[in-house]
Design a binder for this molecule. Sequence first.
Ligand code: COA
Length: 176
Amino acid sequence: MPDPIAIRALEPDEVQARLKELAHVLHDCVEGGASVNFLADFTPEQAEGFWRGQMAGLSGGDRRLFVAEEAGRVVGTVILFFAQQPNQPHRGEIGKMLVLRSHRGRGLGRALLDAAEQAARDAGRTLLVLDTADGSAGDRLYRACGWTAFGTVPGYALTTDGRPEAATFFYKAIGR
Ligand SMILES: CC(C)(COP(=O)(O)OP(=O)(O)OC[C@H]1O[C@@H](n2cnc3c(N)ncnc32)[C@H](O)[C@@H]1OP(=O)(O)O)[C@@H](O)C(=O)NCCC(=O)NCCS
C-alpha cells in the first residue's frame, strides 16, 4: 500500500525550508521531458532559484502554492496566480502543475487541481486559464477535469531538447 497523500497550501513562510523538495519535483519533471518553461540543461540549483523567485509573489498574495505531500515530503505542486489587472478581478491562472514521475497516475494531479480551483472559488475568482503542451499528460488531465480547450498555437514553445512544440490553451468557468 502506498503512503497516504495530503494536499495542502504551502504557506509563504514554509517555502524557504522546503526549497530542495520543491526543486526536486520541478527538476524531475523537466528531466522527464515536461514542457514547463525550461530546457534539458536545467539544474537542481536553477530549480531552487525558480521557487525562490516565487516567494515574493506568495508573500504578497498574488499567488498561492499547493503541494501534495507523502510522509511529509513534497511530491507534487501547483500554483494558482490571481490576475492583477484591474479589469480582471475574477480571473486566475494555473501553473507549475507538477507530479514526481514516481507518483503519477494516482490522482495527485487531479487532487492538486481541485485544491487550486477551490481556492480560486473561495477567493471569488470565477474564470481560470492555462496552457500546456499539446497532447501532453497535462492536456489529458485538464480535459478529464472539465477544462475547455479553446485553441492550439503551433510552435509556441520548445521541447526540453529544443524542438518547437504546439501549446493548447484551456479555460474553465468555476461557479460557487
Ligand atoms: C500532468 C501531470 C501533473 C498529471 O499528474 P498525475 O498525478 O499523473 O494525474 P492524475 O493521476 O491525477 O490523472 C487524472 C486524470 O488525468 C488524465 N491523465 C493524466 N495523465 C495522463 C496520461 N499520462 N495519459 C492519459 N491520461 C492522463 C486521466 O484522465 C486521469 O484520470 P484516470 O487516471 O482516472 O484515467 C503529470 O503527468 C506531470 O507532472 N507531468 C509533467 C509536468 C507537466 O507537464 N505538467 C503540466 C504542465 S501545464
